[in-house]
Design a protein around this ligand. Structure first.
Ligand SMILES: CC(C)(COP(=O)(O)OP(=O)(O)OC[C@H]1O[C@@H](n2cnc3c(N)ncnc32)[C@H](O)[C@@H]1OP(=O)(O)O)[C@@H](O)C(=O)NCCC(=O)NCCS
Length: 164
């Protein structure tokens, strides 16, 4: 497995993985399927802010991707980032997400971040287990702050202090 910065040629697979999560899961609380230009704009915005967009490549295929952005848009949060990670269904339970989050953590530390946050739907056992395995701890649980598929969703924040 190779973890590397995403290039334009990866974004079609990123779009497909993202759209699958939008259409079929509560991992992301969006409902709109996006086109390639949307993912290009998203990646460009992340890069312009010096935030990483990473992919995991296995045998030449993009198996998953991860990125982080600002946690909240106020100066005082500049040392905190919020990340997300998505793995293609055919590549799960092979350590792809673990490798991506570990790489994001290394980038975050190098960028002077102090804290990483994951915002996870409370029923997303896989993501909660992944983050617990990587040393993140639950620091907050917000009942019924989201809605998708005609039901209320709870948000769990998991946090890890990663830098000085
Ligand atoms: C959550 C997700 C990213 C995990 O990706 P993955 O590559 O399969 O995870 P990994 O193989 O790196 O797993 C690392 C550890 O996380 C935990 N874990 C991952 N998936 C799990 C699952 N389905 N059930 C229980 N534990 C799980 C395990 O501790 C695992 O270690 P192990 O395989 O040695 O037991 C993946 O299921 C996914 O893309 N889901 C949809 C999108 C999503 O929910 N993203 C997170 C949004 S916050």
């Amino acid at each position: 497995m190779i973890i590397r910065d995403a290039v334009d040629g990866d974004l079609e697979t990123v779009r497909r993985i993202y759209n699958r999560a939008v259409a079929a899961t509560t991992a992301i609380w969006n409902e709109t399927i996006v086109d390639l230009d949307d993912r290009r704009r998203w990646a460009a915005t992340r890069r312009a802010a010096w935030h990483p967009v990473l992919v995991a490549e296995i045998d030449g295929a993009v198996a998953g991707y991860g990125s982080y952005g600002d946690f909240r848009a106020f100066d005082g949060y500049r040392h905190t980032c919020e990340h997300s990670v998505y793995v293609d269904e055919g590549f799960r339970r092979r350590g792809v997400a673990r490798a991506l989050v570990e790489a994001l953590e290394a980038r975050a530390v190098a960028a002077g971040k102090h804290t990483m946050i994951a915002g996870i739907e409370a029923g997303n056992d896989a993501s909660i287990a992944l983050h617990a395995a990587l040393g993140f701890v639950e620091v907050g649980r917000l009942p019924q702050v989201g809605r998708k598929f005609d039901r209320w969703l709870d948000l769990v924040f998991m946090e890890k202090i990663v830098g000085d």
